[in-house]
Write a protein that binds this ligand. Structure first.
Ligand code: SF4
Ligand code: SF4
Length: 81
């Protein structure tokens, strides 16, 4: 399974909760204890181990606050010889 990581831009987020609602892996949580600089409730990337880099949160965010990255495994080159 692909693994992913997201970055939430706190300055753009308006706390609408769409990302939390539509992440079908349950990676994102709005706990109500963190706020953006404008005072909106800030989502937390609470379960990064579950993220499969599907990109849904990034596409749904109406304020373009989420960047999604697909993690790639670094392959160690086989020893010469
Ligand atoms: S969908 Fe975007 S604006 Fe809405 S809570 Fe998530 S990051 Fe913030
Ligand atoms: S990329 Fe997909 S799995 Fe990862 S946090 Fe966003 S919606 Fe959830």
């Amino acid at each position: 399974m692909a693994r992913g990581e997201i970055v939430i831009n706190e300055s753009f987020c308006r706390g609408c909760g769409l990302c939390e609602h539509f992440c079908n892996q349950g990676c994102i949580e709005i706990l109500g204890d963190r706020f953006t600089p404008q005072g909106y409730m800030l989502p937390l990337f609470a379960h990064p181990e579950k993220c499969n880099a599907c990109g849904i949160c990034g596409r749904l965010c109406p304020h373009f606050s989420i960047e999604v990255y697909r993690l790639v495994e670094k392959k160690t080159p086989a020893a010469a010889g």
